[in-house]
Design a protein around this ligand. Structure first.
Ligand code: ZN
Ligand code: ZN
Length: 452
């Protein structure tokens, strides 16, 4: 989003001397949401689950939420499975020597000392790998390709993301010594995308990495030449159990504390490659600023609770969402919502509410209508950080769908940085969320989930 590189701008302006060096000011927004994204990305930066940085982020969040006037601000720590990155590199060694831009997937195990030198076998799809005979990849490295494309609703991430989630398990079942995938991403930068893989309990975890899209194209073109391929792979990241993580929780108490509460969630941890601006500092900024904005005409009827969850990225079923249920599963909730899809504009709304809540749903739709946000078929499902409490209490859910066209260009890459956040789009999210919270947090009647 920055325009002329600052150094070049300064040179062109003739301004670069010791006393008058002028650097273009970075993009700057205003308001509660911007200040949270800017603050976390500047003062904390990457904050992988279980790391000291994630701990510093919790302390930062606790202090910020107190300063913003929230009540009952507390950190609830828990132990979790996590993973830490090590040195990593890869190169094709046959038929053509070429370096590959690679990053390890979360829960990869380390390659042997000196690296893994092996035949590389190309599979155009996950289905092609599944069709390979058991044991046929013994001692080899599997390469799994796919064809994810950008989509406004980000819908490619579900099916194509399975290459990352399940591919390494399937490769291990076939006897592979390692696995490399095309990143689950839609950009053409030479940035690989990280993210967790999920090894099934009955397979041996193997080293697993993702290469950037241009590098995956190179592997595909090389494979098409039909000559045997070989790779030299070095991935030294490893899992570590019992890592410290934690949730940060804060309330804006309602006028009637006996009514079930409204829960709004996001996650505080990020991957290590970028600074987690869009995933998910923006989500925490949006829900927090909107909760405050919903009080602009005075205290809401119901309590609004903000959950800045720990370890969403590597949590699987043992992250912040599960810990929240452990700590708060006995309190009555009404609705849960989550923001974890970047900072681009909200364009659609989905519901999962009881039939008798139609008047409430109509009120929400009417509040969003002037903002160009339209209802969408299909049930809302919340997100990783609130899904456990939704399941445990059969809660109503409302999803504000953001434009995800560019989300998977940045997702889990070094490019997930503050300059990608458009202050106006961020504020549009806050306004949309505040409009929804203003309606549901002032609803006196029962709010329920469809069919519950
Ligand atoms: Zn996320
Ligand atoms: Zn993520």
């Amino acid at each position: 989003m920055n325009h002329l590189p600052p150094l070049r701008a300064a040179l062109l302006a003739g301004a670069l001397c010791a006393s008058t060096a002028v650097f273009a000011a970075p993009q700057q927004g205003t308001g509660v949401a911007w200040d949270i994204v800017e603050g976390i990305t500047t003062e904390i930066g990457p904050r992988p689950a279980g790391s000291p940085a994630e701990g510093r982020a919790r302390a930062w969040g606790e202090a910020r939420l107190k300063a913003l006037g929230f009540s009952n601000v507390r950190v609830e720590e828990f132990k979790t499975r996590a993973w830490t990155r090590g040195p990593e590199s890869a190169a094709l060694t046959a038929p053509y020597a070429q370096p590959l831009a690679i990053t390890a997937l979360g829960f990869s195990v380390p390659t042997p000392k000196g690296g893994l030198k092996a035949e590389l076998v190309y599979f155009p799809t996950l289905a092609a790998l599944e069709a390979a005979p058991d044991g046929s990849l013994k001692g080899k490295v599997a390469f799994i390709d796919h064809a994810m494309r950008a989509a406004q609703d980000g819908s490619g991430y579900g099916p194509y993301g399975n290459v990352r989630r399940q591919g390494p398990t399937i490769a291990s079942r076939k006897g592979a010594a390692g696995v490399v995938i095309r990143s689950a991403g839609t950009d053409s930068h030479r940035n690989p995308h990280t993210g967790v893989t999920i090894f099934a309990s009955d397979v041996t975890p193997i080293p697993a990495g993702a290469v950037s899209n241009p590098d995956a194209d190179l592997v595909a073109r090389t494979a098409a030449r039909g000559k045997p391929m070989a790779i030299d792979l070095r991935l030294e990241g490893k899992p570590f159990p019992d890592a410290p993580s934690g949730n940060v929780i804060a309330d804006l108490p309602g006028r009637d504390p006996s009514l079930p509460i409204i829960l709004v969630g996001c996650h505080l941890d990020s991957w290590d490659l970028g600074t987690g601006a869009v995933d998910d500092a923006s989500g925490c900024a949006i829900v927090t600023a909107a909760a405050l904005a919903a009080q602009k005409d005075g205290q809401t009827l119901r309590t609004i609770r903000v959950l800045w969850s720990g370890n969403e990225e590597m949590g699987l079923t043992g992250g912040g969402g599960a810990h929240y249920v452990k700590m708060h599963g006995s309190e009555a909730h009404a609705v849960a919502m989550e923001s974890d899809f970047g900072a681009d504009r909200v364009w659609q709304v989905k519901f999962n509410t009881a039939a008798q809540n139609k008047p409430l749903v109509d009120k929400v739709k009417a509040a969003l209508w002037p903002m160009g946000i339209v209802p969408h078929e299909g049930l809302a499902d919340g997100g990783e950080d609130v899904s456990a409490i939704i399941a445990a209490q059969k809660l109503a859910v409302i999803d504000l769908g953001q434009d995800g066209t560019h989300y998977f260009d940045l997702h889990h890459t070094p490019d997930d940085t503050l300059d990608k956040v458009d202050p106006a789009a961020l504020q549009q999210n806050v306004d949309a969320w505040a409009a929804v919270l203003g309606v549901i947090a002032n609803e006196p009647g029962t709010i329920g989930k469809a069919g519950a």
